[in-house]
Write a protein that binds this ligand. Structure first.
Ligand code: NAD
Length: 392
C-alpha cells in the first residue's frame, strides 16, 4: 500500500508505519544523546503511552534511565484496507527498539478508565515487574465511562462564566476567522471534570496500592497546561482548565492517602505543542503557530521529548525542581514568561488572513502535525509500497 496523508479537519485519519517508526527513533536518539547521570525510575507504568507527552515519557524512562516500561493506550490496529493509528505504529516501533536494546516493554491496548484494564495491568505488573516506582498519567480523551455508575461523560471545550469571541485559524480551510463560544453550563463543566479531572488518576493509584504493586517512595505525575492570558479564556479558565484544577486536588489527595508508602504525586505543567489532543482545541493552532515563530527566534523552541527529558532530569529525578505555589512542576517557563508572551501577543494582535503565513510559523506547525502521523519526514520515501499490517 502507498500511504499518503488523509487530513480531515483537525485530524489525519491514517498513519504511515515507516514514518512513525522514524519519528520514534528520532526521540530515542535525542534521549540517548542527553543521558542523565542521576538514578532514575526502574519500573514504569505509562497511562496514555502511545503518542504525545506519554510516548515521550516512555522513551525517556526507557532510553534515558534503562527502565522497564508497561504502557496503556487506546489505539486501532491496521487492517488489509486501512492503516492502524499513529499510536499503534509508534508502540510497535517502541517495542522493537526497546527489545533490541534489551529493555522490557509491553503495552495493553484498551480503555484505561475501566476497572478491567486496571485489573489486567495489576496482573501484568505482578507477573513481570513486581512493583512500579513511577506512574505517568498522560491521558487525553473526549469521553470517559465511570466504572462505578456506568455513565459515559463527554468533555466540552467552552469558556466558563461568559461567552468569548476570539481569533482562530481553521487548518482545513486555511482561514483566520473569529470564533464565538457560548459559556459552558454547570453540567458541561462537571462532565469535563469527570473526563479530564483527577478522579481516574486517584483510582489508578488506589488500585495499584491496594494490590500491593506500588513501590515504597513511588512517584506519580499527571500533565497539565496552564498557559497565559491569550489561552486562558479557552483553556486555563475554561472547562478544560477546571478539569485540570481538579488534578491539583487529586495530587494532594494521593499524597495524603498514600503517605505510608511515601508516594510523591505532582502535577507537571508543560508547554503547548502540536499533538493530536491540542490540534482539536479552538485557538490552539493559531497560538501554537505564533509561539513556534517566537520561540524558534529566541532559540527556546522545544518539542515533547525535550520537555519530558527536562522534566525527568530537572524535576522528577533532579535535585533542584522548579515548583510553583501549588506544588506543581513547571516546565512551561520558556513559553509563559512575560517577555515571550508580549511578543506572541503583539503578533496575535496583528494577525489577519492576509499576513498569517508571514507572521506565524504555520509551516513548522503543519510539519509537526503531519509528523504526528508519520508524514513529511525527509528520510521516508512516501512513494514506496509499505505493508500496513505491523504488529506488536
Ligand atoms: P495525545 O492525544 O497525544 O495522547 C493521548 C494518549 O492517551 C494516547 O496514548 C492515547 O492512546 C491515550 N488514550 C486516550 N484515551 C484513552 C483511553 N480511554 N484509554 C487508554 N488510553 C487512552 O495527547 P497529549 O497532548 O500528549 O496529552 C497528554 C496529556 O498532556 C493531557 O493530559 C494533556 O492535557 C497534557 N498536556 C498537553 C499539552 C499539549 O500542548 N499537547 C500541553 C500540556 C499538557
Amino acid at each position: 500500500m502507498v500511504i499518503k496523508p488523509k487530513v480531515r479537519g483537525f485530524i489525519c485519519t491514517n498513519a504511515h508505519p515507516v514514518g512513525c517508526a522514524a519519528a520514534v527513533k528520532e526521540q530515542i536518539n535525542y534521549v540517548q544523546q542527553h543521558k542523565p547521570d542521576a538514578e532514575g525510575p526502574k519500573n514504569v507504568l505509562v497511562i496514555g503511552c502511545s503518542t504525545g507527552y506519554g510516548l515521550a515519557s516512555r522513551i525517556t524512562a526507557a532510553f534515558g534511565y534503562g527502565a522497564k516500561t508497561l504502557g496503556i493506550c487506546f489505539e486501532k490496529a491496521p487492517t488489509d484496507r486501512k492503516t492502524g493509528t499513529a499510536g499503534w505504529y509508534n508502540t510497535a516501533a517502541f517495542h522493537q527498539e526497546a527489545r533490541s536494546a534489551g529493555l522490557y516493554a509491553d503495552t495493553l491496548n484498551g480503555d484505561a478508565f475501566s476497572d478491567e484494564m486496571k485489573n489486567q495491568v495489576i496482573d501484568k505488573i505482578k507477573a513481570d515487574l513486581g512493583k512500579v516506582d513511577l506512574v505517568i498519567y498522560s491521558l487525553a480523551s473526549p469521553r470517559r465511562t465511570d466504572p462505578e455508575s456506568g455513565i459515559t461523560y463527554k468533555s466540552t471545550l467552552k469558556p466558563v462564566g461568559q461567552a468569548y469571541t476570539t481569533k482562530t485559524y481553521d487548518t482545513d480551510k486555511d482561514k483566520v476567522h473569529e470564533v464565538s463560544l457560548e459559556p459552558a453550563t454547570d453540567e458541561e463543566i462537571a462532565h469535563t471534570i469527570k473526563v479530564m479531572g483527577g478522579e481516574d488518576w486517584e483510582r489508578w493509584l488506589n488500585a495499584l496500592a491496594d494490590a500491593d504493586v506500588l513501590a515504597d517512595g513511588a512517584k506519580t505525575t499527571a500533565y497539565t497546561y496552564i498557559g497565559k492570558e491569550l489561552t486562558w479564556p479557552i483553556y486555563g479558565q475554561a472547562t478544560i482548565g477546571k478539569a485540570k484544577e481538579d488534578l491539583d486536588r487529586a495530587a494532594a489527595a494521593i499524597n495524603s492517602k498514600h503517605s505510608e508508602l511515601s508516594v510523591e504525586a505532582h502535577v507537571s505543567s508543560l508547554k503547548a505543542l502540536v499533538t493530536q489532543a491540542s490540534s482539536a482545541i479552538p485557538v490552539m493552532p493559531l497560538y501554537i503557530s505564533l509561539i513556534y515563530k517566537v520561540m524558534k527566534e529566541e532559540g527556546t523552541h522545544e518539542g515533547c521529548i525535550e520537555q519530558i527529558q527536562g522534566l525527568f532530569n530537572e524535576c522528577l529525578y533532579g535535585d533542584n525542581p522548579t515548583l510553583d505555589e501549588q506544588n506543581r512542576y513547571r516546565m512551561d517557563g520558556k513559553e509563559t514568561n512575560d517577555q515571550t508572551q508580549a511578543k506572541i501577543k503583539a503578533l496575535w494582535d496583528q494577525t489577519t488572513q492576509e499576513n498569517f503565513h508571514q507572521l506565524s510559523d504555520y509551516k513548522g506547525y503543519n510539519h509537526e502535525f503531519l509528523k504526528l502521523f508519520g508524514f513529511d519526514i525527509d528520510s521516508v520515501d512516501y512513494e514506496q509500497d509499505v505493508d500496513p499490517m505491523v504488529n506488536w
